[in-house]
Design a protein around this ligand. Sequence first.
Ligand code: SAM
Ligand code: GLN
Length: 304
Amino acid sequence: MNDLLSAQRSTVSDGMSVREAVEELTVTLASAGIPDAARIGADVIAALLGVARSWPLVNRDFNLDAGLLMAAREAAQKLTSGAPFAYAVGTAPFRHLTLEVDESVLIPRPETEMLVEAILARMSAEAVADADWGTAADIGTGSGAIALALACEGRFERIIATDVSLDALSVARRNIERNRSRLRAPVELRHGSSISPLGAERVRVLVSNPPYVAFSEGEALPPSVRDWEPPAALLSGADGMAVTAGIVRDGASILEPCGLLVLEVDERRASLVAELVMATGNYIAVGIGFDLTGRERFVFATRA
Ligand code: SAM
Ligand code: GLN
């Protein structure tokens, strides 16, 4: 078969084997200078099918249907224009869950998985026998990552998840539906800034991964972050502290006595955030947590 016929066959055929699809995606990706194109081509197929990364490597003769092929080609095109992998395929893994993501939400990060781990560890250590853990609130929930992971893995009675972005809340809503069978507690979505959507609630855990990059630092972010992720999820005033400072200032009013405040922070400002928390006079046991690379990335405090 000559090249032209072969190209037509690829474009109009109803299906294609995994092997052929990965070969086609590899050409698309490599011609745009994307390194490790074959691996990424296989990863695209795996992500769209919702299977392990190794699956395409051991199921090369599996026939992919036309819909999947179209989605894979679209994902490859997005990758060639510089899109992060998660936006190209429309999903991102977060702890035990697969979350839908689009350009209206931050792609959940591995360090935020650690933040969830730290909350679960502290709550398990404090919990009395089989008693539930009360209510947790996640400010700036984005895709719903923190809220859904806590609902999936914790023993909370309920989770309230907020965001200023209605588009982000739509993504979070779809993620609740998509993962409903895995959630052990209801997740309630509320629209608004900082703690205002919480009204007169009293919560046991107040957690947030707020935007914390200063406006002037935005240009220095990697292009895949700066050019693709929502500015409202990243940038927070001239000093990167606007949203964090608001939560620190007002959070104590909604935390139960002995309740836990947990914030993800920029490594350059962890001490500053910890000092702000102490200066409120409302907290005891203020501490800083580290990510896997030893950077200061979390601030923890207990409501006095
Ligand atoms: N929680 C998600 C995660 O960890 O992947 C998303 C975190 S993203 C860094 C910050 C989120 O906070 C964005 O979804 C953004 O829309 C939201 N946000 C920004 N300013 C806010 C504010 N003043 N109040 C509530 N949410 C805000
Ligand atoms: N960790 C993000 C980054 O890649 C920033 C997220 C945030 O501002 N919370 O810079």
